[in-house]
Design a protein around this ligand. Structure first.
Ligand SMILES: *Cc1c(COP(=O)(O)O)cnc(C)c1O
Length: 404
């Protein structure tokens, strides 16, 4: 069992008050909070060894380089990548997807097909649409059912020898659905297509194993994993990363430069042009250590308890509808009450100290399918409690009373 009070003491922000009320932070699917060890790592970097990496002979540069490369090894170990150079440290999920989507411009031709799930975040839709426009490829969509689950029988009919790429999120940020990614990957491979999995929403809850999944690309952001913003992961199989051209040109990503011809550096530097988020990368490693110290099995089991409790309590509110009712679900509850606008509910919750997200959650196609403008989304993390869920439920009831 987790010692929640001890865990909560690691997060200074959880002692804050908002609008004169104790903060109840249920916007974890947008970004997670930061434990003191990660804050300390950031302070230590800037107080003790801030220096540019990979280039300097001086001591601080070497210390910073070692710490940064150490972080890459921690990311490698966490995701179980075969090689450390299959781990590209990026600015986050969006950046990682753009590296791959832009790179595939060189690998696709007119008439090729790309399959996407209808449960995607805009950052896993728009870069692929831009790719399709550049090369004349066709985007096909796997629809979802009323419960928010992908219709795998339709997926089967979309796959063909024209399919070159399949991409989906591992867990939907808007509905919490855990997608059957192993099946999606295996079926794509059977027709020779590559697969990118957007793990931004899964990584806070699950420890993915990229070799076991046999996935071609897996992407995530540190800031949803107790790390800082502006840093993330692009995992790619070595063969794929070698096939893709570089994304940005600049320092760090070259081997030799003359005005006639530049040759590129090998992996991972080929995709890491310019000075990276050094401090952020180091803090990402510390955040992974912190979460692994607690243990993803325990985190997952406890969050499931919170999800079950929250679902049961919120369901008792008259007129409240939960969107996303898959049996395989992460601790995200998206809901509406009657035709009250989600924004109005969110604003009242905020006055009561409860932070939730309202709107389309960067997933407008999902909202269009349900025919709603958006939802109120409460997303729970391992540092949340049932007592906080009680505060949420009371606040939702109050909002309902005031608005209807
Ligand atoms: C948060 C999120 C993203 C975008 O991540 P950034 O850190 O903003 O780049 C993409 N996909 C999913 C599923 C997300 O939850």
């Amino acid at each position: 069992m987790l010692d929640i009070q001890k865990i909560r003491a690691d997060f200074p922000i959880l002692n804050e008050e908002v609008n004169g009320k104790p903060l109840v932070y249920f916007d974890n699917a947008a970004t997670s909070q930061t434990p003191q060890v990660v804050i300390d790592a950031i302070v230590e970097y800037y107080s003790k060894y801030n220096a540019n990496i990979h280039r300097g002979v001086h001591t601080l540069s070497q210390v910073a380089t070692d710490a940064y490369e150490q972080a890459r090894l921690k990311v490698q170990k966490h995701f179980n990548a075969k090689k450390s150079y299959e781990v590209i440290l990026t600015a986050g999920t969006t950046h990682s997807i753009n590296i791959v989507a832009t790179g595939f411009t060189a690998l696709l031709k007119e008439g090729d097909e790309i399959i996407v799930s209808a449960l995607e975040h805009h950052s896993n839709i728009v870069p692929w649409q831009m790719l399709c426009e550049r090369v004349g490829a066709v985007l096909k969509v796997i629809p979802f059912n009323e419960a928010g689950e992908l219709q795998m029988d339709v997926y089967d009919t979309l796959l063909s020898d024209k399919t070159k790429l399949v991409f989906t999120n591992h867990i939907s940020n808007a509905l919490g659905t855990i997608n059957p990614i192993k099946e999606i990957i295996d079926k794509a491979h059977a027709v020779g297509a590559a697969v990118l999995i957007d793990g931004a929403q899964a990584c806070p809850h699950i420890k993915p194993d990229v070799q076991e999944l046999d996935v071609d690309f897996y992407v995530a952001s540190a800031h949803k994993l107790c790390g800082p913003t502006g840093v993330g992961l692009l995992y790619g199989k070595e063969e794929w990363l070698n096939k893709l051209p570089p994304y940005q040109g600049g320092g760090e990503m070259i081997e030799t430069v003359t005005f006639e011809k530049t040759t590129y550096a090998g992996l991972p530097h080929k995709f890491e042009a310019g000075t990276p988020n050094i401090c952020g990368g180091i803090a990402f490693g510390v955040a992974l250590d912190y979460m692994n110290g607690i243990g993803f099995d325990k985190i997952g089991a406890y969050e499931q308890e919170l999800l079950d409790y929250g679902t049961e309590q919120l369901s008792q509110i008259e007129g409240l509808r939960i969107y996303g009712t898959s049996k395989n679900k992460a601790s995200v509850i998206s809901f509406n009450i009657g035709d009250i606008h989600p924004f109005d509910i969110g604003s009242i919750l905020d006055k009561l100290g409860v932070a939730v997200r309202t709107g389309h959650h960067c997933a407008q196609p999902i909202m269009n399918t349900y025919g709603i403008p958006g939802t109120v989304r409460a997303s729970f993390s391992f540092y949340n409690t049932k007592e906080e869920i009680d505060v949420l439920v009371a606040a939702v009831k109050k909002a309902q009373m005031m608005l209807s």
